[in-house]
Design a protein around this ligand. Sequence first.
Ligand code: 13P
Ligand code: SF4
Length: 317
Amino acid sequence: VEPDADWFAEVRDLLRKRNATLLAHNYELPAIQDVADHVGDSLALSRIAAESDADEIVFAGVHFMAETAKILSPDKTVLIPDARAGCSLADSITADELREWKAEFPDAVVVSYVNTTAEVKALTDICCTSSNAVEVVASIDPDLDVLFLPDQFLGAHVKRQTGRDNIHIWAGECHVHAGINGDELTAKAAAHPDAELFVHPECGCATSALYLAGEGVVPDEKVKILSTGGMLDAARATGARQVLVATEVGMLHQLRKAAPDVDFQPVNDRASCPFMKMITPAALLRCLREGRDEVHVDADTAARARRSVEKMIAIGN
Ligand code: 13P
Ligand code: SF4
């Protein structure tokens, strides 16, 4: 299936007939982003899903994102074009592992990144995304221990920003972002000394970016640790002519649209998420024609998970 004008028209027509809204994450293929009603980061898309008055939400993203939409809108039909689109970060902690960890720290506040399963969210006090993780942790009584999961690099960033030492961090990672390493970033920054750096906090190189700034290799103000939504705001405001981008490569499409005069270069051009890319033009068309794959979350799990997701949505609003 080619994402041509006929495909675009059929997708839009089916969305209208189903009274459905199509949400696409910033890492989706360019054609999927362009045909969507809304494109955004995890937090923005959760907020839109919670407020939507469509009958159906079609989520062009990975499974935990569609599950989060279902948790927030249990009465709506939530569809994902391919239910096999998982996430290596969400897979890095199970509900049983979290139960055991909580038993070790019974009084701790559990903060889970939104990249987790519904079962893990149901055992969580408050969820966060990369755009509000620092605010979420800063909102917690400084005397209480925090269990932060599952991403070790985002956890290290939050620990640095909040200056908290009673935060315990799970050793999970996203294989796509972990693979964007410090050596690559250092080499790219040295080759492009005038460029700004936009770095997603899930990256293996997030620490190196701050190190480069600390050592004066790159001026402090040129290094920005940002969520994908934060990168778009920064792109619109930047005075730089070139920006090196450390995140999944799908992000470049929205960045180039937001600031066409800026030269955005990936730090690692092989950093492509195989799960996000399972949402193909053919899969989207099949989803809208056949009404599948539908996302289900058990009602009791959803009710418990909803409390932690709603707290996340309220912070940084
Ligand atoms: P954000 O869009 O919230 O920055 O999340 C990045 C990500 O890896 C989602 O899978
Ligand atoms: Fe998960 Fe990483 Fe893919 Fe995001 S980029 S969906 S965190 S595997």
